[in-house]
Design a protein around this ligand. Structure first.
Ligand code: ZN
Length: 342
């Protein structure tokens, strides 16, 4: 009950990449960089296990950014000539690569780190990929001329990699779709279909993570415009409840998401965000347990998982480690309160 896991990313050590950045520069290159990525992965596997987490991830140590890590292995994308584009409905500007030809995978994307993760933990593993709609919102299209068509093309490639990750031994494959909270009507209309295409044929657990973004200033400013009640999930949750996806990861603690919206996910496992990624203040176990208690009004206990609101990538290592410990202690306290041995 109340198994613990991270949404996906963890901070990169200072010797691997620039710290406190969403698109950090690597500190090394070639073989040296490849080894450093795995060293950092091992460090975080150990830290997650030491904190007592149930499901272990690679902390996305091998990718510069959660979307562009995948794109680097896709043929048909011009990385040489990036263009500035407003993304997430113009919330912020980013230099993005351009789609210029039919999309095709050059080969495996994450085989190395997934197999490494599998080899170094006995725990259940979770591996994250960007969702098709979020990818479409993070590249410039100079070829398809249609968001849905391009999303379906990316979904096919994601599906190839997801099936291979399953064969590598991953227990949970999660697609990150922050764009679902920005284009709610499109998400319900075709975003969920593209997501299901990406997950087609998977027999491992499938998940989707939908959040209000990393704890960076542009997102904090955006959240302040969303009013007292954030009802974005209301539009997409019914479509997800009717979908083939098993688990939904959502933002909860310190958000203005009305907790009753979780009731719309009937039949799904709910990864409740009980750790804030926009604040360095470490949650107390009581705060975490209280957030779980709030969610328990709308989610059956056997379907409730304890997770972070989003990735921890831009934070400091010390804060991230402390937050993992708070997550685990809080879940244990919640189990105790529910009358189950922690
Ligand atoms: Zn997120």
């Amino acid at each position: 009950m109340f198994q613990t896991m991270i949404a996906g990313s963890l901070p990169k050590p200072g010797w691997l990449a620039e710290t406190h950045k969403l698109w950090p520069k690597w500190r090394a290159e070639g073989d040296e960089l490849a080894q450093a990525k795995l060293d950092a992965t091992l460090l975080w596997i150990k830290a997650q296990e030491d904190a007592g987490m149930d499901v272990i991830g690679d902390g996305e140590q091998s990718r510069q950014h959660f979307v562009h890590g995948f794109l680097e292995q896709v043929e048909g994308i011009d990385f040489e000539h990036k263009v500035e584009m407003g993304i997430r409905n113009d919330r912020y500007k980013a230099m993005v690569p351009q789609v210029v030809a039919p999309l095709r995978l050059k080969g495996r994307v994450h085989a190395r780190e997934a197999r490494f993760l599998r080899a170094h933990t006995q725990h259940k593993t979770k591996f994250t990929l960007p969702g098709p709609m979020t990818i479409v919102d993070t590249v410039a299209d100079r070829f398809y001329g249609d968001r849905v068509k391009m999303a379906m093309a990316f979904a096919e490639l994601l599906n190839q990699e997801a099936l291979a990750l399953q064969a590598d031994g991953m227990d949970v494959i999660q697609f990150d779709e922050p764009a679902f909270n920005v284009y709610m009507a499109d998400a319900a209309d075709w975003g969920v279909k593209a997501l299901e295409r990406a997950a087609q044929g998977l027999t491992c657990t499938t998940a989707v993570h939908i959040c209000y973004g990393y704890g960076i200033q542009a997102n904090i400013d955006w959240k302040s415009t969303l009013g007292q009640e954030w009802r974005q999930y209301e539009k997409v949750f019914p479509a997800l409840a009717a979908s083939s996806i098993d688990q939904v990861s959502l933002e909860c603690i310190h958000s203005h998401v009305p907790p009753e919206l979780m009731a719309l996910l009937k039949g799904k496992d709910v990864m409740v965000g009980v750790i804030d990624v926009a604040s360095d203040k470490v949650e107390t176990p009581e705060e975490v347990a209280d957030t779980i208690a709030q969610a328990l009004k709308y989610v059956p206990r056997e379907r409730l998982l304890a997770c972070t609101n989003c990735g921890l990538a831009p934070m400091s290592r010390e804060v991230a480690e402390a937050k993992l410990q708070a997550l685990v202690s809080g879940a244990a306290l919640a189990r105790q309160r529910a009358g189950v041995s922690p």
